[in-house]
Design a protein around this ligand. Sequence first.
Ligand code: SF4
Ligand code: SF4
Length: 263
Amino acid sequence: MPRTPRLINGKPGIAFELQVTYRCNAVCKFCNRLVGVLPAGDRDMTPEDAREAVRKLRTAPFSIYRCKVTGGEPALNEHLSEILHIFAPIVHGPGRVLTNATRPKHRASVELPPGWRWRRSGLDDMSDMRSGKSYHEPFLISPRDLRIEGEPPCDVLGRCGRVYEKEGFTFCGVAGSLGRLLDIPVHSSEPVLDPDPRVCQHCIHSIHRPIRDGIFEMQRQGHLPAVTPTFAAALNRCNVPQQAQRELLEIDGPETCAPSTCR
Ligand code: SF4
Ligand code: SF4
């Protein structure tokens, strides 16, 4: 369940995430930003984007009590220092910048605002950019394909919060990737609080942890595919090469169903 928001300046405090780039120097299996699956494109946040977002966030019906900065690898955004300093005044608690910890020189060139810290989320093998992270779980399993009803609000919303990225505001950190894959517009020019059921119905995070763990165990044992029909159709529609699908999404269980079998 989401954590109880505290009041800051009379407004509820929420967690917030800045997604500053979709570029990454690593290629992890099950990366939920779809690095190596969909092209990153020109999606690095600029200082101008950041200033416009802060202008809107100052009048939003909530305050930001903590901020997480993600990518891709955030250190690859050449404007990261400036962007963080633009956002820092409206963040009333800790600021953390996630990094895969492989680029110390990039990090050293970034000046963090006072009180902000790097948070390492390192690869299993720091010398192998394809080694991934052992705690990653397949996320292209659609609850709807399994005929399971999700139970919003999901735990991601409370933990990671609402998001701003190059394309605009959205409701969670995976919405940008899932929306792009499923061809559902998820961005707004104004801050977004409410999740979009069109996306959430296909998101594995909409299922509570014990059931989710059971699904992952079934997938590990080969009783479920790592990519269910909705996402198999989406990957094909996005022209993702079969090789990338197999390598990065580890389709090693049962064959994914043909798109025509989607519900
Ligand atoms: S380091 Fe993070 S963003 Fe980069 S590929 Fe791995 S999971 Fe994705
Ligand atoms: S898409 Fe919906 S269910 Fe999935 S993490 Fe985002 S808000 Fe939660």
